[in-house]
Ligand binder design. Structure first.
Ligand SMILES: C=CC1=C(C)c2cc3[nH]c(cc4nc(cc5[nH]c(cc1n2)c(C)c5CCC(=O)O)C(CCC(=O)O)=C4C)c(C)c3C=C
Ligand SMILES: [Fe+2]
Ligand SMILES: [Fe+2]
Length: 341
């Protein structure tokens, strides 16, 4: 057998579609995930997967699973389904989180050209991390750059993504090389994109904010006490954005939202801060959620609807929420920069 024939033979054997020589690279953006629809059964399925993740709820399964199935899912699913219905992009038949994540992958692909495949997956629900890693592997991809779309690291989010990635790899004979993009809570390109989004939003509103409140998703205080760096990462983002915006003279404050369950979560709670601001006579507030890469239930419903009511009922006058970075060009540029490094 000639050498070239032998090489071809080896290439064919090395597996379906994969070649030895040409390393094919892919980028996989990963966000939290969302139900398939706002029907109660789909929301229930999504909540079940999410709230069964031991990175999210650390309680022993023997105790937690019966509570989840008997109390949480039956009561929370219909309520959450209504909330999802209220924010759903009806014309696109997609949840906002799904719509923006798709758009981010598409626009990043346009920016990066043919050198690399860009795709996205969701930690919970569809498209799953498993389906996407397997599909990329069949296409002959030998290196996957994982981009968890969480600027601030938390075991509840970032670590859960990597847990799932490596669980999928456990079943593969020929594993792609995995490269992880570090949390970017302090990255100049991220701070710059946030700053630009504040400045351009300020142009569009008809009031002068007394306060710009940065609201991050909360986590249980216990997680931080056990070593989760999430709170420190959020506070670092807050400090950096505050200095970047010093010229605006805005009074910038920080809080944590979306508390779940009876335990203490990171404080101060967004809802309490907003009520107190209104009571103290700070009647014009602008809110921003820098921890969310895309608008979702927690921004479009919780911040834009529920917390608006909290604030106005406590005596507030003007209230607005800045959209997340979503598929803005600065955001896609930022993703390109952090992936390039
Ligand atoms: C129960 C514990 C939860 C922890 C801890 C938690 C951390 C956490 N979550 C996000 C980002 C998102 N969470 C979203 C929805 C959501 N979060 C929880 C619970 C916890 N999150 C629940 C039960 C839900 C579902 C909605 C509900 O029933 O309240 C979303 C929105 C998804 C969407 O489809 O729009 C995002 C995004 C972060 C960043 C985080 C820790 C840092
Ligand atoms: Fe007004
Ligand atoms: Fe959450």
């Amino acid at each position: 057998m000639h050498n070239t024939d032998r090489m071809d033979e080896i290439k064919k054997m090395s597996n379906k579609g994969k070649t030895i020589s040409n390393a094919k690279k892919a980028i996989l953006l990963i966000n939290l995930g969302t139900p398939d629809s706002y029907q109660v059964k789909d929301v229930r399925k999504y909540l079940k997967e999410f709230l069964s993740d031991r990175r999210v709820i650390e309680a022993s399964s023997f105790i937690w699973q019966p509570i989840l199935r008997l109390f949480i899912l039956p009561f929370r699913s219909p309520k959450t389904a209504k909330l999802y219905e209220s924010i759903w992009f009806q014309d696109k038949q997609l949840s906002p989180l799904m719509y923006y994540t798709q758009a981010q992958a598409r626009k990043l692909a346009d920016k990066l050209g043919n050198e690399v495949i860009v795709d996205f997956a969701m930690r919970y629900g569809e498209p799953s991390i498993k389906a996407k890693i397997e599909a990329l592997s069949v296409q002959g991809v030998t290196e996957i750059t994982i981009v968890p779309l969480y600027p601030q690291y938390s075991a509840t989010t970032t670590a859960s993504v990597y847990d799932e990635v490596f669980r999928v790899l456990q079943t593969m004979r020929y594993q792609p090389n995995i490269v992880g993009v570090a949390p970017y809570y302090q990255h100049p390109a991220y701070i710059k994109a946030l700053k630009q989004s504040v400045l351009s939003y300020l142009e569009t509103i008809d009031f002068t904010p007394d306060v710009l409140l940065l609201s991050f998703h909360g986590i249980p205080l216990e997680c931080v006490q056990k070593g989760d760096p999430y709170q420190a990462h959020c506070l670092q983002t807050f400090e950096l954005l505050k200095s970047a915006l010093s010229e605006t003279k805005l009074d910038i404050q920080v809080s944590f939202q979306s508390r779940f369950g009876p335990k203490e979560w990171l404080k101060p709670y967004t809802t309490e801060v907003l009520a107190n601001l209104a009571k103290k006579g700070k009647k014009n507030v602008l809110v921003m959620a820098p921890g969310f890469a895309a608008d979702c239930l927690e921004t479009l419903e919780e911040l834009k609807e529920t917390e608006r009511e909290t604030f106005l009922n406590a005596g507030g006058q003007h209230y607005a929420v800045i959209p997340c970075l979503n598929d803005r060009d600065e955001h896609i540029e930022m993703l390109k920069t952090i992936i390039g490094e």
